[in-house]
Design a protein around this ligand. Structure first.
Ligand SMILES: Nc1ncnc2c1ncn2[C@@H]1O[C@H](COP(=O)(O)OP(=O)(O)O)[C@@H](O)[C@H]1O
Ligand SMILES: [Mg+2]
Length: 290
């Protein structure tokens, strides 16, 4: 019998609904905890792992998910999303470059690869009139994302990173701070279709709009403008199961700032009453003909 393998490292609302939905429609599902996986090179010549006919990669940890997807692909598995999409979406620098390369409206972003150069970015910018946002290139849930409205904060970030032993401490990513309402937009894009879209309003004591930080979800109409930008963005990183996030810039309209590879859809499901998990499983089923 044909099987779907779901890799996870934490069972959130999303993984549970994907699992339950697949079971409900009669698909055999193998739920695999990525943390317990052990692989070796002999599997390349004798693949008796039997993870499934198609794999849904839902690991939260960027590195765990990415390394595992690389292995699974080399072992001959079809993985959704594939490793190329994972690499781009998990890395904010690559995402920004690839969006812009493909003419997807996106905020202007600055990169540097050394502390002195990062000081130069902060010093050259008129932060009072054009503030920046600092972001770790790899990260989620808004962790470490904060506005830089003056030189002191900018310098503090660079100094703190100089103390860090992380291999990423010399990779700096700043983005223009977008003048937006206290919300952003999350579009769930499956294949070449925007299946749901919501506003995410930040909570009263929070600037970031992530639902994981108390952001509130509200259904919005999928306009053709929203749809066109979301699909263009999805095509730029690779078609799969994605969360395309946008901000509404006072001056420039919709700007895509992030594309999520293992998209969370708890907020979108409850705000829209759309069975997003079912649409995802149907998409995988269609691809795989299971
Ligand atoms: N350039 C920006 N201007 C204004 N707000 C921003 C900007 N970038 C991010 N934010 C806010 O911070 C949140 C987290 O940033 P994001 O780039 O999505 O990182 P993460 O991957 O951690 O969610 C966004 O959802 C948005 O509310
Ligand atoms: Mg985000």
């Amino acid at each position: 019998m044909v099987k779907l393998g779901i890799f996870f490292d934490k069972l959130r609302f999303e993984e549970k609904s994907l699992y339950e939905t697949a079971i409900k429609i009669g698909i055999e599902v193998n739920l695999i905890d990525s943390k317990n996986v052990i692989l070796n090179t002999d599997y390349l010549t004798n693949n008796n792992l039997d993870y499934g006919d198609v794999i849904l990669q839902r690991s939260i940890s960027y590195f765990r998910g990415q390394f595992l997807t690389n292995c699974l692909e080399l072992l001959g598995y079809k993985v959704i999303n594939n490793s190329k999409i994972g690499e781009i979406c998990g890395n904010k620098l690559l995402t920004s470059m690839i969006l812009k390369r493909n003419n997807v409206p996106t905020p202007k972003s600055f990169f540097s690869f050394n502390a002195d150069s990062a000081f130069n970015i902060v010093n050259q910018q008129d932060l009072k009139n054009n503030p920046l946002v600092f972001k770790p290139v790899i990260g989620s849930w808004g962790r470490g994302v904060f506005p830089v409205r003056n030189k002191e904060v900018g310098k503090m970030i660079v100094e703190m990173r100089q103390e860090s032993s992380s291999p990423f401490s010399n990779i700096y990513y700043f983005q223009e701070l977008i003048k937006r309402p206290p919300r952003d937009i999350r579009c769930i894009v499956i294949g070449e279709q925007v299946v749901a879209a919501i506003y995410r309003y930040s909570s009263s004591d929070e600037w970031r709009t992530n639902v994981s930080r108390g952001g509130k979800a509200e259904m919005i109409k999928i306009t053709s403008e929203l749809e066109n930008i979301a699909i263009k963005a999805a095509k730029a990183v690779g078609i799969g199961i994605l969360g395309v996030d946008m901000m509404e810039d006072e001056q420039h309209g919709l700007l895509v700032h992030e594309i999520n590879n293992t998209v969370e859809f708890r907020g979108a499901s409850s705000a829209t009453s759309i069975d997003i998990a079912k649409l995802m499983i149907d998409y995988i089923k269609d691809i795989q003909k299971i």
